[in-house]
Design a protein around this ligand. Structure first.
Ligand SMILES: *Cc1c(COP(=O)(O)O)cnc(C)c1O
Length: 231
């Protein structure tokens, strides 16, 4: 049953790519499995998915321990500096870097392990008070600062668009962050590429793809509604 959800979402990803004249290989669908039991993750794994997203370090680490080794884990939630050490080297990508202090800690842990850590800079594109992320105005400066840290590689930007009923309402925000990523790419900063644009969730991933998303993060559409009472 979860497998059917996955296939349905994959079909919609494909259709959105077609509409936008993009190749489906340009877009990675991340299965956002937060709050869901490992049995559910295993079902989606067995259906072929290898990219999973989690938003809490403890839950991510617990699942990582029991799930197959070839999964690419994406840290998509707000990250505290004291938790960085648990995920550096274990996740494929950290989507949620929104301060220099956090980046510095990632850099320290990366050096300890002798690795270079790929990250995205999180931008609060709609400037919602409830959301993390750097403002659009401050993004360029933060990218420049983080780029000086030699054990970090900036791969692009991430945003969480507002919760809306009509996905179209988020199109202007997706456009804005795409523009920002193009502006940053033009600066040709060392250690910085803007190949990844992580945006779009269950309610708006098709619009996000039409506007240039290269990673979409879909939870509810694949795993069903979340029950936060149990977590
Ligand atoms: C929970 C979450 C998602 C997935 O949300 P859905 O609406 O369930 O698809 C995507 N991105 C982030 C950062 C999340 O925390």
């Amino acid at each position: 049953m979860l497998k059917e959800n996955l296939r349905e979402v994959e079909g919609r990803v494909e259709a959105a790519c077609k509409r936008a004249g993009r190749d489906v290989s340009e877009v990675t669908l991340i299965a956002v499995s937060k709050t869901k039991p490992v049995e559910d993750l295993q079902e989606i794994y067995d259906a072929g998915k290898r990219d999973f997203g989690e938003n809490k370090v403890q839950e991510l680490c617990a699942k990582m321990e029991v799930m197959p080794q070839d999964i690419k884990w994406h840290m998509i939630g707000h990250l505290q500096r004291n938790k960085v050490k648990y995920i550096v080297g274990n996740v494929a990508l950290i989507h949620s870097v929104d301060s220099f202090r956090l980046a510095e800690e990632i850099n320290i842990q990366a050096k300890k392990k002798g690795i270079v850590v790929p990250i995205l800079v999180e931008v609060n594109i709609a400037e919602e008070e409830s959301k993390f992320g750097v403002t659009r105005e401050d993004a360029m400066e933060l990218v420049r600062q983080i780029a000086t840290l030699d054990a970090i590689e900036i791969k692009g930007l991430m945003t969480i668009a507002p919760y809306v009923v009509e996905a179209e309402e988020n199109r202007p925000y997706f456009r804005k962050i795409k523009e920002l990523s193009v502006d940053i790419a033009k600066q040709n900063i060392d250690n910085v590429s803007m190949d990844i644009l992580s945006m779009g969730m269950t309610g708006d991933f098709e619009v996000a793809i039409e506007e240039g998303a290269t990673m979409v993060r879909v939870g509810t559409g694949i795993f069903g509604k979340r029950n936060y009472q149990n977590t």
